[in-house]
Write a protein that binds this ligand. Structure first.
Ligand code: NAP
Ligand code: MG
Length: 398
């Protein structure tokens, strides 16, 4: 039995991923690790029962203990409010956690032999770091009638105003104002630099600063200032590089690259590019996600949702073939980070062995239906949800 010093913050979730969560623990972790967790049930029923306090408590626990692992959770909409007879349409748990941790989300694909990326040159994962605040997501927009004038007015703290003409419209049109803050951009930059050092990979950052000479340029300047003042020496020592370029140039370089770096993106670019990168690497069910707070707390999860359609099949007693790889890697990511913080070599070693056993299972042709449909392997066997985990355990044991 491998012992743990400090507990992980365990955030349980919903539907099919809640079932997989339990299975991963029982089949792949508890037989080997004397698992210590501080458990928070973020399942929708308990969020409703606690008035969503459990989500806030879990996020604060992550700040206190430093490492959390989270199961996918339902973000309620009107349909879910009826389905679960909710008292309120609770906010997205990920949004609540992100607000408390003030973090940046890093998404990376898991590469497995037999699942070739659609871009053949990509040999190593590309991690997208998406700024999670502001820009068009907090935009104020309006339709403008014919003959209207749009102006940008700034009122300073002392009341003085400056205004700029945006456009004097002949015909009808539209206008959009968006914002960001230095504080948010700075914490985004620090999270990116710190994460690059953590995983020892180059960091790329790109904006459209040639066109957006004040807005995007501010991002570029803040990254450059923080890099020079706080990270340059550490990057040199780690043998990694910080590299800024125009977003158009970045896109071309990314496609031609062999992967193996972190690509920091502004909010909208990150939204779009993470879907492109995930799809090109093969499957959303093979994407991991980690939220890194500027204070140094880490929260690991799978990038996909609760796989509702499979859950309803499961409830009807039908066989499911749900991919658990990203959730397994959320656990190994958290265990490895815990091991690093507690200097626990055997725990770190276990995390590596579990990842290797998982990838070997796929390489040997045993995989869930979603992967079987895209795998280039000649021999493959579609495994059920639990059957896949048992196949991983066989390989973990040897
Ligand atoms: P989803 O759970 O990601 O699933 C969408 C579809 O993608 C599934 O129906 C399935 O396709 C495929 N898929 C995703 N993960 C898979 C896996 N592990 N193995 C096999 N196939 C997988 O998204 P959704 O159905 O739109 O959302 C369900 C719930 O998840 C929503 O209530 C949403 O709020 C929540 N959600 C949570 C998070 C989070 O907590 N991080 C993120 C996104 C969504 P097939 O049906 O074709 O097999
Ligand atoms: Mg998107």
């Amino acid at each position: 039995m491998i012992l743990m010093k400090t507990p992980l913050v365990e955030m349980d979730g919903d539907e099919m991923t809640r079932i997989i969560w339990q299975n991963i623990k029982e089949i792949l972790i508890l037989p080997y690790v004397d698992l210590k967790t501080e458990y928070y049930d973020l399942g929708l029923e308990n969020r409703d029962k606690t008035g969503d306090r459990v989500t806030e408590e879990a996020a604060r626990a992550a700040l206190r203990l430093g490492v959390a692992v989270k199961c996918a959770t339902i973000t309620p909409n009107a349909e879910r409010v009826r389905e679960y007879n909710l008292r309120e349409m609770w906010k997205s748990p990920n949004g609540t956690i992100r607000a408390i941790l003030d973090g940046t989300v890093f998404r990376a694909p898991i590469l497995a032999e037999g699942i070739r990326p659609l871009i053949p040159g990509w040999q190593k994962p590309i991690t997208i770091a998406r700024h999670a605040y502001g820009d068009v997501y907090r935009g104020v927009e309006t339709a403008v009638p014919a003959g209207g004038r749009a102006e940008l007015v700034i009122t300073a703290a002392d009341g003085t105003q400056t205004s700029q003409l945006i456009h004097a419209y002949d015909g009808a049109g539209v206008a959009l104002a968006m914002h960001n803050t230095d504080a948010s951009i700075m914490s985004f930059a620090r999270s990116c630099f710190r994460y690059a050092l953590d995983v020892k990979q180059d960091l790329w950052f790109a904006t459209k600063d040639t066109i957006s000479k004040k807005y995007d340029h501010r991002f570029k300047d803040i990254f450059a200032e923080i890099y020079e003042a706080e990270f340059d020496a550490a990057f040199r020592q780690a043998g990694i590089e910080y590299f800024y370029t125009l977003i158009d140039d970045a896109v071309a370089r990314v496609v031609r690259s062999e992967g193996g770096f972190i690509w920091a993106c502004k909010n909208y670019d990150g939204d779009v590019m993470s879907d492109m990168v995930a799809t090109a690497f093969g499957s959303l069910a093979m994407m991991t996600s980690v939220l890194v707070s500027p204070a140094g707390a880490y929260e690991y999860e799978a990038a996909h949702g609760t796989v509702q359609r499979h859950y309803y099949k499961h409830l009807k007693g039908e066989k499911t073939s749900t991919n658990s790889v990203a959730t397994i890697f959320a656990w190994t990511g958290a265990l490895r980070k815990r091991a690093e913080m507690d200097a626990s070599e055997d725990l770190a070693d276990f995390a590596v062995r579990l990842e290797k056993a998982t990838l070997r299972t796929i390489a040997e042709g045993v995989m869930t239906g979603d992967l079987a449909s895209i795998s280039q392997l000649a021999q493959k066997k579609v495994a059920g949800s639990e059957e896949f985990l048992l196949a991983v355990r066989e390989r973990l044991a040897t």
